[in-house]
Write a protein that binds this ligand. Sequence first.
Ligand code: ATP
Length: 451
Amino acid sequence: MTPLTTLDPIVSLCKRRGFVFQSSEIYGGIGSTWDWGPLGVELKRNIKEAWWHRVVLERDDMEGLDAAIVMHPKVWEASGHVEGFHDPFTMCTACKRHFRADHVNGTACPACGGVLSEPKPASLMLETFLGPVRETALRTYLRPETAQGIFVNFDNVLTTSRRKIPFGIAQIGKAFRNEITPGNFVFRSREFEQMEIEFFVEPGTDEQWHAHWVDERMRWYGDLGLSRERLRKRLHGKDELAHYAKACFDIEYEFPIGWSELEGIANRTDFDLKRHAECSGKSLTYFDEKKKEHYVPYVIEPSAGVDRSALAFLADAYHEEEVRGEKRTVLKLHPDLAPVQVAVLPLLRNRPDVVQLAREVHADLRRRRSGGGTLRCRYDDTGSIGRLYRRQDEIGTPFCITVDVQSLTDRKATVRHRDTMVQDRVGVEQLSEYLEGKLGEVGAARDGKGA
Ligand code: ATP
């Protein structure tokens, strides 16, 4: 298949099959916020689960956290966001549209050719008020990154977990940014989810740890099926660096809209802990027992977007193929990410004995566990078998099991493989063991190999 050059087929599939809906759609929608539908929520849960597993459960130097979205306004003064979390914006004097000044070339409006105004800084933070009376309420912000919740809990986690440096804290949660030009579907929205790590290290070891995390995060995307030739790391130029960063790598993915950031991995030095110590008056140092000295740790921050990752996984998995003269759309998702791993389909939905056996197979399979989680298994008898296969291909289900009349006597069912469309006849009692092995095989084959 020729590579996609637009997100349109993915947007349309997401709507058609229930991955993503426009927020408040029945009221005409609200700019650039999205609702994840029945399949989308499963995809995102699987991404988050895979991330948490890799960076927290499989390591012995990490702790988890779930901090509040709304924090004390002083947090955002200390972090530099109140003063500096701005993008330059410009407005067209003719059509009144807004643009990120650093995203347009020249002084002509990209939409109507009108004259653009002088760029001005616009804060990306969404304000909110805590308390019933606006005049006396505490004015604060919806967090624009989850990171600060980790920094202000550094000492709490350090002392309660009795950790020694190096160690990290991981968190998944919502973040909000009043983006000037949101767009490209869920790539850039005003409400999104982040998966962030703050990894605390001894100063002087920070560059080594930075390299470790860039490699580790690149490997994670590849292991979950992103084509390795569409992944690259890019070092920020000095002029691009955020005020807190000593160095930053972006992990970029070649989306249908071109190479774009998937994750940022910054060396934040001791900037944040020092600022919070200064502004709160609390000590945020670490005591190194071997060296008998206190120091402020340096921090490596791998910061990924859940929604943006979901878009990359969808774009990479999307394939259109021709099968016996007909177009087949198939999502070749890694089985760990597929919203449904196995669909059980009766060949004849008006034969009660076939339906009953299919339901028994489904009930048995969904009790099983696969790779530490429940096998994600669906029963569907709402159409002809051809239609049901098409639907499962489109949502990325690696295996379909069909129960037919012969199954009633030979106690065997047909297992159809999503990627090859090969069909195997397998004993009903052996299905779970068979699938366990095959799901692993599909996973290994998807492992960053792309098409
Ligand atoms: P960009 O340059 O694309 O605006 P950024 O450098 O401001 O992104 P970071 O602050 O590094 O982004 O955020 C870390 C990650 O959070 C990004 O790599 C991305 O995956 C995700 N992210 C950031 N902003 C958005 C957004 N508006 N919508 C969806 N995801 C986002």
